[in-house]
Design a protein around this ligand. Structure first.
Ligand SMILES: Nc1ccn([C@@H]2O[C@H](COP(=O)(O)OP(=O)(O)OP(=O)(O)O)[C@@H](O)[C@H]2O)c(=O)n1
Ligand SMILES: C[C@](O)(CO)[C@H](O)COP(=O)(O)O
Length: 230
Protein backbone atom coordinates (compact mmCIF):
# COMPACT_ATOMS: atom_id res chain seq x y z
CA UNK A 1 0.00 0.00 0.00
CA UNK A 2 1.74 3.20 -1.13
CA UNK A 3 1.57 6.28 1.04
CA UNK A 4 2.98 9.75 1.54
CA UNK A 5 4.43 10.82 4.87
CA UNK A 6 4.51 14.18 6.61
CA UNK A 7 7.48 14.51 8.94
CA UNK A 8 7.22 17.44 11.38
CA UNK A 9 10.79 18.63 12.01
CA UNK A 10 10.27 22.22 13.11
CA UNK A 11 10.32 21.94 16.89
CA UNK A 12 12.56 23.94 19.22
CA UNK A 13 13.64 21.02 21.37
CA UNK A 14 13.02 22.97 24.58
CA UNK A 15 12.87 19.85 26.77
CA UNK A 16 16.09 18.54 25.20
CA UNK A 17 17.87 21.76 26.12
CA UNK A 18 20.37 21.38 23.31
CA UNK A 19 20.08 25.02 22.25
CA UNK A 20 19.32 23.87 18.67
CA UNK A 21 16.83 21.76 16.76
CA UNK A 22 17.26 18.33 18.38
CA UNK A 23 16.78 16.67 14.99
CA UNK A 24 20.16 18.12 13.97
CA UNK A 25 21.91 16.42 16.90
CA UNK A 26 23.90 13.37 15.81
CA UNK A 27 23.50 9.70 16.70
CA UNK A 28 26.52 7.63 15.67
CA UNK A 29 27.73 10.60 13.62
CA UNK A 30 24.47 10.96 11.64
CA UNK A 31 21.79 13.64 12.32
CA UNK A 32 18.64 12.31 14.00
CA UNK A 33 16.48 13.55 11.13
CA UNK A 34 18.56 11.63 8.58
CA UNK A 35 18.13 8.43 10.60
CA UNK A 36 14.37 8.97 10.46
CA UNK A 37 14.27 9.92 6.76
CA UNK A 38 16.37 6.89 5.77
CA UNK A 39 13.66 4.51 7.03
CA UNK A 40 11.09 5.97 4.64
CA UNK A 41 13.69 6.35 1.89
CA UNK A 42 14.23 2.57 2.06
CA UNK A 43 10.50 1.74 1.93
CA UNK A 44 9.38 1.11 -1.67
CA UNK A 45 5.80 1.86 -0.58
CA UNK A 46 6.75 5.42 0.39
CA UNK A 47 5.78 7.65 -2.54
CA UNK A 48 7.03 10.91 -1.03
CA UNK A 49 8.09 12.76 2.11
CA UNK A 50 6.87 16.24 3.03
CA UNK A 51 8.99 17.97 5.65
CA UNK A 52 7.74 20.72 7.95
CA UNK A 53 10.81 22.76 8.84
CA UNK A 54 11.59 26.01 10.59
CA UNK A 55 12.89 28.58 8.06
CA UNK A 56 16.11 28.94 10.10
CA UNK A 57 16.86 25.23 9.63
CA UNK A 58 15.74 24.86 6.02
CA UNK A 59 19.03 25.41 4.24
CA UNK A 60 20.94 23.14 6.64
CA UNK A 61 18.34 20.40 6.26
CA UNK A 62 18.35 20.71 2.46
CA UNK A 63 22.16 20.42 2.48
CA UNK A 64 21.95 17.28 4.65
CA UNK A 65 19.38 15.73 2.29
CA UNK A 66 21.80 16.30 -0.58
CA UNK A 67 24.79 15.08 1.42
CA UNK A 68 23.04 11.82 2.30
CA UNK A 69 21.63 11.47 -1.23
CA UNK A 70 17.99 11.21 -0.16
CA UNK A 71 15.58 11.32 -3.10
CA UNK A 72 12.07 11.00 -1.66
CA UNK A 73 11.71 14.41 0.01
CA UNK A 74 9.21 15.98 -2.39
CA UNK A 75 8.06 19.03 -0.47
CA UNK A 76 8.71 21.47 2.34
CA UNK A 77 6.23 23.37 4.47
CA UNK A 78 6.91 26.05 7.08
CA UNK A 79 6.89 24.99 10.73
CA UNK A 80 4.30 26.56 12.96
CA UNK A 81 3.96 27.51 16.61
CA UNK A 82 2.62 24.10 17.58
CA UNK A 83 3.34 20.64 16.15
CA UNK A 84 -0.24 20.63 14.84
CA UNK A 85 0.34 23.89 12.95
CA UNK A 86 3.45 22.49 11.27
CA UNK A 87 1.57 19.38 10.18
CA UNK A 88 -1.43 21.39 8.96
CA UNK A 89 0.90 23.51 6.82
CA UNK A 90 2.32 20.34 5.28
CA UNK A 91 -1.11 18.71 4.89
CA UNK A 92 -2.32 21.68 2.84
CA UNK A 93 0.31 20.83 0.20
CA UNK A 94 -1.02 17.27 -0.24
CA UNK A 95 -3.10 17.20 -3.45
CA UNK A 96 -3.70 13.48 -3.93
CA UNK A 97 -6.05 11.27 -1.88
CA UNK A 98 -4.94 7.86 -0.60
CA UNK A 99 -3.03 7.21 2.63
CA UNK A 100 -1.01 9.83 4.49
CA UNK A 101 1.24 9.12 7.45
CA UNK A 102 2.40 11.60 10.05
CA UNK A 103 5.64 10.64 11.75
CA UNK A 104 7.69 12.64 14.25
CA UNK A 105 11.16 13.45 12.98
CA UNK A 106 12.19 12.80 16.58
CA UNK A 107 11.36 9.08 16.28
CA UNK A 108 14.30 7.62 14.31
CA UNK A 109 13.75 3.97 15.30
CA UNK A 110 10.50 3.17 13.49
CA UNK A 111 10.83 0.03 11.36
CA UNK A 112 9.48 -0.62 7.88
CA UNK A 113 7.58 -3.76 8.96
CA UNK A 114 5.45 -1.70 11.37
CA UNK A 115 4.87 1.01 8.75
CA UNK A 116 3.58 -1.64 6.34
CA UNK A 117 1.19 -3.11 8.94
CA UNK A 118 -0.02 0.39 9.80
CA UNK A 119 -0.70 1.51 6.21
CA UNK A 120 -2.54 -1.72 5.38
CA UNK A 121 -4.77 -1.27 8.45
CA UNK A 122 -5.38 2.41 7.68
CA UNK A 123 -6.40 1.49 4.13
CA UNK A 124 -9.13 -0.72 5.65
CA UNK A 125 -10.25 1.45 8.56
CA UNK A 126 -9.40 4.99 7.47
CA UNK A 127 -7.29 5.65 10.56
CA UNK A 128 -4.65 3.64 12.43
CA UNK A 129 -1.89 4.42 14.90
CA UNK A 130 1.04 2.66 16.51
CA UNK A 131 1.03 2.27 20.29
CA UNK A 132 2.39 0.09 23.06
CA UNK A 133 0.67 -1.07 26.27
CA UNK A 134 1.42 1.23 29.20
CA UNK A 135 4.09 -0.23 31.50
CA UNK A 136 3.83 2.24 34.38
CA UNK A 137 0.94 2.85 36.70
CA UNK A 138 -0.74 6.17 35.77
CA UNK A 139 -2.40 8.43 38.28
CA UNK A 140 -4.40 11.64 38.03
CA UNK A 141 -2.74 14.26 40.24
CA UNK A 142 -4.03 17.64 41.39
CA UNK A 143 -2.12 20.13 43.53
CA UNK A 144 0.57 17.53 44.22
CA UNK A 145 -1.89 14.95 45.52
CA UNK A 146 -3.17 11.77 43.89
CA UNK A 147 -6.77 12.19 42.75
CA UNK A 148 -7.20 8.75 41.17
CA UNK A 149 -5.31 5.75 39.87
CA UNK A 150 -6.22 5.06 36.24
CA UNK A 151 -6.91 1.44 35.31
CA UNK A 152 -3.75 0.53 33.36
CA UNK A 153 -5.27 -2.44 31.57
CA UNK A 154 -6.84 -0.18 28.95
CA UNK A 155 -4.02 2.37 28.66
CA UNK A 156 -1.64 2.50 25.69
CA UNK A 157 1.33 4.80 25.12
CA UNK A 158 0.78 6.29 21.67
CA UNK A 159 3.62 6.73 19.18
CA UNK A 160 3.92 7.69 15.52
CA UNK A 161 3.53 7.01 12.60
CA UNK A 162 -0.18 7.67 12.56
CA UNK A 163 -1.89 6.79 9.27
CA UNK A 164 -5.06 8.17 7.73
CA UNK A 165 -7.06 8.50 4.55
CA UNK A 166 -6.02 11.95 3.30
CA UNK A 167 -9.57 13.28 3.05
CA UNK A 168 -10.31 12.21 6.64
CA UNK A 169 -7.21 13.88 8.07
CA UNK A 170 -7.93 17.08 6.13
CA UNK A 171 -11.51 17.14 7.48
CA UNK A 172 -10.20 16.62 11.03
CA UNK A 173 -7.58 19.36 10.75
CA UNK A 174 -10.04 21.83 9.23
CA UNK A 175 -12.54 21.18 12.06
CA UNK A 176 -9.83 21.54 14.72
CA UNK A 177 -8.62 24.77 13.10
CA UNK A 178 -12.16 26.19 12.94
CA UNK A 179 -12.78 25.28 16.60
CA UNK A 180 -9.28 26.28 17.82
CA UNK A 181 -8.70 22.75 19.16
CA UNK A 182 -5.07 21.77 19.73
CA UNK A 183 -4.38 18.06 20.22
CA UNK A 184 -1.13 16.37 21.18
CA UNK A 185 -1.45 13.88 18.36
CA UNK A 186 -3.21 13.69 14.99
CA UNK A 187 -5.53 10.84 15.94
CA UNK A 188 -7.17 13.00 18.62
CA UNK A 189 -8.35 15.33 15.87
CA UNK A 190 -9.79 12.44 13.88
CA UNK A 191 -11.48 10.99 16.99
CA UNK A 192 -13.36 14.32 17.30
CA UNK A 193 -15.10 13.42 14.03
CA UNK A 194 -16.44 10.27 15.69
CA UNK A 195 -14.07 8.16 13.57
CA UNK A 196 -12.73 4.88 14.98
CA UNK A 197 -8.94 4.75 15.16
CA UNK A 198 -7.35 1.28 15.00
CA UNK A 199 -4.23 0.31 16.93
CA UNK A 200 -1.12 -1.51 15.73
CA UNK A 201 1.03 -2.73 18.61
CA UNK A 202 4.49 -1.27 18.14
CA UNK A 203 7.86 -1.60 19.79
CA UNK A 204 9.04 0.04 22.97
CA UNK A 205 12.23 1.12 21.18
CA UNK A 206 10.27 3.44 18.85
CA UNK A 207 11.06 6.23 21.31
CA UNK A 208 10.63 9.95 20.76
CA UNK A 209 13.84 11.85 21.51
CA UNK A 210 12.45 14.41 23.94
CA UNK A 211 14.84 14.89 26.88
CA UNK A 212 18.61 14.44 27.16
CA UNK A 213 18.21 10.96 28.72
CA UNK A 214 16.57 9.77 25.52
CA UNK A 215 19.89 10.26 23.70
CA UNK A 216 21.46 7.62 25.98
CA UNK A 217 18.59 5.25 25.29
CA UNK A 218 19.01 6.00 21.57
CA UNK A 219 22.71 5.07 21.61
CA UNK A 220 21.80 1.76 23.30
CA UNK A 221 19.06 1.03 20.71
CA UNK A 222 21.48 1.78 17.86
CA UNK A 223 24.06 -0.57 19.42
CA UNK A 224 21.43 -3.32 19.74
CA UNK A 225 20.30 -2.82 16.13
CA UNK A 226 23.90 -3.02 14.87
CA UNK A 227 24.36 -6.37 16.67
CA UNK A 228 21.09 -7.66 15.14
CA UNK A 229 22.25 -6.85 11.61
CA UNK A 230 25.72 -8.44 11.99
N1 LIG B 1 5.97 23.53 16.38
C1 LIG B 1 6.45 22.26 16.21
C2 LIG B 1 6.71 21.41 17.33
C3 LIG B 1 7.21 20.15 17.11
N2 LIG B 1 7.44 19.75 15.83
C4 LIG B 1 7.99 18.42 15.57
O1 LIG B 1 7.11 17.45 16.11
C5 LIG B 1 7.86 16.32 16.61
C6 LIG B 1 7.45 16.00 18.04
O2 LIG B 1 7.51 17.18 18.80
P1 LIG B 1 8.39 17.33 20.14
O3 LIG B 1 9.07 16.06 20.49
O4 LIG B 1 7.54 17.99 21.17
O5 LIG B 1 9.52 18.36 19.64
P2 LIG B 1 9.78 19.82 20.19
O6 LIG B 1 8.51 20.63 20.09
O7 LIG B 1 10.98 20.30 19.48
O8 LIG B 1 10.12 19.57 21.73
P3 LIG B 1 9.85 20.58 22.93
O9 LIG B 1 8.35 20.48 23.19
O10 LIG B 1 10.68 20.02 24.02
O11 LIG B 1 10.28 21.96 22.47
C7 LIG B 1 9.33 16.68 16.50
O12 LIG B 1 9.88 15.96 15.40
C8 LIG B 1 9.33 18.17 16.26
O13 LIG B 1 10.40 18.58 15.42
C9 LIG B 1 7.18 20.57 14.73
O14 LIG B 1 7.41 20.18 13.57
N3 LIG B 1 6.68 21.82 14.95
C1 LIG C 1 2.45 12.54 18.57
C2 LIG C 1 3.15 11.95 19.77
O1 LIG C 1 4.47 11.57 19.42
C3 LIG C 1 2.40 10.73 20.24
O2 LIG C 1 2.94 10.26 21.44
C4 LIG C 1 3.26 12.96 20.92
O3 LIG C 1 1.97 13.32 21.38
C5 LIG C 1 3.99 14.21 20.51
O4 LIG C 1 4.10 15.03 21.66
P1 LIG C 1 5.09 16.27 21.63
O5 LIG C 1 5.01 16.92 22.99
O6 LIG C 1 4.59 17.17 20.52
O7 LIG C 1 6.42 15.70 21.35
Amino acid sequence: MTYQVIIPAAGQGKRMGAGKNKLLLELDGIPVLIHTLRVFEADDACAGIILAVHPQDESEIKALIEQYQLTKVCGFAPGGKERQDSIFNALKTVETDGIILVHDGARPFIQIEQIQLLTELAAKTGAAIIAVPAKDTMKKVKNGVVEATVDRSSLWAVQTPQAFRVSLLKEAYEKADKECFIGTDDASLVERLGQCVAIVEGDYDNIKLTTMEDLYFAEAILKKRKKEFK
